[in-house]
Design a protein around this ligand. Structure first.
Ligand code: PGA
Length: 256
């Protein structure tokens, strides 16, 4: 496969800085020189300096869970792309369903953040996905097309292929219910086709599409075996070093 698998941990609002340090150390100790796939940890903002130190010059990458759409200035409570870059952050999760539903983030707002990331050479991981209601109403493709068209508006051609998409069916996040590999592959293929309409076939063939939603060691191999599933965005199972390392192993196996 020409696309490099990405296994990304989304720690959400878990771990104090010292707890995060412990988890990061346990992970980095095992895979510091791994180069077959990309591995990413996304701790909360407050743990980024600590995890950044631990990641150091290893091959493990550091991500953030959010970023301001603004460059700098009087925006109380916000964290800018430059602040993240300064701490060696290289990826940012954008438009997670929890931010869409609990904090009212719209496709237009998410798009601003995505363009800010690209401008600052941060790799955005744009999350898309339908709710159970939308799936039951037969609206999966409509919902995802709208999120992609809105989220990817105005992407400069020379940056398009660096973007990462995460398909996270909302009904599978943190619920223990995983999409079947077939259900996930069907949506991933639709996402790739839609991206090729928006950004062109060349970037669409290079963009990595991650699956997220109760991914764990027990179901990762089957999901990662699908042709359009290029990795995982992992919540719960990323909080335990052993589980996360098992997922990394599944990634390496799928890449081979
Ligand atoms: P989960 O979360 O693995 O706990 O379902 C995934 C995510 O929301 O990124």
């Amino acid at each position: 496969m020409s696309r490099k698998i990405l296994i990304a941990g989304n720690w959400k609002m878990n771990k104090t800085a010292s707890e995060a340090g412990e988890l990061a150390r346990a992970i980095v100790a095992q895979i510091a020189t791994l180069s077959a796939i990309d591995v990413l940890m996304c701790p909360p903002f407050t743990s980024i300096p600590k995890v950044s130190e631990i990641v150091g010059t290893s091959n493990v990458r550091l991500g953030a869970q959010n970023v301001s759409d603004k460059v700098s200035g009087a925006y109380t409570g916000e964290v800018s792309a430059a602040m993240l870059r300064d701490l060696y952050v290289s990826y940012v999760i954008i438009g997670h369903s929890e931010r869409r539903s609990y904090y009212g983030e719209t496709d237009a707002f998410i798009n601003k953040k995505l363009l800010t990331c690209l401008d600052s050479n941060l790799i955005p991981i744009l999350c898309v996905g339908e709710t159970l209601e939308e799936r039951e109403a037969g609206k999966v493709e409509e919902v995802i097309r709208t999120q992609l068209v809105g989220g990817l508006a105005g992407v400069p051609a020379d940056k398009a292929e660096t973007i990462v998409i995460a398909y996270e069916p909302v009904w599978a996040i943190g619920t223990g219910k995983t999409a079947t590999p077939e259900q996930a592959q069907e949506v991933h293929a639709f996402i790739r086709k839609t991206i090729s309409e928006i950004l062109g076939t060349e970037p669409a063939s290079k963009i990595r599409i991650l699956y997220g939603g109760s991914m764990k060691p027990a179901n990762a191999d089957e999901l990662l075996a699908k042709p359009d599933i290029d990795g995982g965005l992992i919540g719960g199972a990323a909080l335990k070093a052993d589980d996360f390392l098992a997922l990394v192993k599944s990634g390496v196996k799928a890449q081979a």
